[in-house]
Design a protein around this ligand. Structure first.
Ligand code: DGL
Length: 276
């Protein structure tokens, strides 16, 4: 069991439960650090919301985590990373916390996909807001403008996972439907651009076959974070290391016990967070 009462942790934010999957991988790679997880379970999902609302919610979440002394925050949510991260980095941080940092999950996944593609055709599956933002496409093109990026919004997948349907025929059908336009584009690499899709990786693998690289964010984000901390010693030195973890959600329901275990692999006892 990890300790509580931690001092200068790394904050992990997600719109709900899915980010626990990312936190699990981060803890595997960096077990000695302290963490605070915040899931905005009262207002999840973010995936079909407007940019303005996603920005407001994400700023409130970041404010909550900074007040708890987080030195660095990872937006584990693709939707928040796509729609809110740039504004937070450019406006919120310089004004409020110039020495702290907020990072997202889009750049690590884009970097990994660019390294892995051989035919320069990358597919992305994500929520509607992430697709609308074209965040993955922009990051991939910054790294290599020759690469073509094909996106598909999959609004049913996250709710199916949250309702325990990940092994059902309905989910398989939905995945097949969402992937078929991408497979016709001859992609050789597919970014699983939503916190919930890691849970569906085996199903997706079965459908796309062995010839397509799958970029699943948990391990990729953990590796890039390790690298980032090695390159930013001044920030790394500020983060406390007592192998602690605390969990907050904006709504306390039984669902968190079930989904918490599914995404994090262990039972979690969250505390209530008030945002806004
Ligand atoms: N966490 C979101 C993401 O990664 C998925 C759930 C939601 O729509 O809020 O995009």
């Amino acid at each position: 069991m990890r300790k509580e009462n931690i001092r200068n942790p790394i904050g992990i934010f997600d719109s709900g439960f899915g980010g626990l999957n990312i936190l699990k991988e981060i803890i595997k790679g960096l077990p000695e650090y302290d963490y605070i997880y915040l899931g905005d379970t009262a207002r999840t999902p973010y995936g079909a919301r407007s940019q303005e609302v996603i920005r407001n919610f994400t700023e409130e979440a970041v404010g909550f985590l900074f007040k708890r002394n987080c030195q660095l925050i990872i937006l584990a949510c693709n939707t928040a990373s796509s729609e809110a991260l740039r504004k937070i980095q450019r406006e919120y941080l310089p004004k409020n916390y110039p020495n702290r940092r907020v990072l997202g999950v889009i750049v690590p996944a884009a970097e990994s996909a660019v390294v892995r593609t051989n035919n320069n055709c990358i597919g992305v599956i994500a929520t509607e807001s992430t697709v609308r933002s074209k965040a993955f496409e922009k990051e991939v093109k910054k790294l290599n403008p020759q690469i073509e990026v094909f996106q598909e919004a999959c609004p049913l997948l996250a709710p199916l996972v949250e309702n325990g349907e990940e092994n059902s025929g309905v989910t398989e059908l939905a995945i097949r439907n969402y992937l078929s336009p991408l497979l016709r584009k001859n992609i050789d690499t597919l970014i699983l651009g939503c916190t919930h899709y890691g849970i569906l990786e085996d199903k997706i693998r079965k459908i796309v076959g062995p010839g397509i690289n799958l970029v699943s964010e948990g391990a990729v984000v953990a590796d890039k974070l390790k690298d980032y901390l090695q390159r930013h010693k001044e920030l790394d030195d500020e983060i406390s290391r007592n192998a602690g973890a605390e969990f907050f959600t904006t709504d306390l329901t039984d669902k968190f016990q079930i989904l918490g275990s599914k995404f994090f692999g262990k039972r979690i006892l969250p505390k209530r967070a008030k945002l806004g």
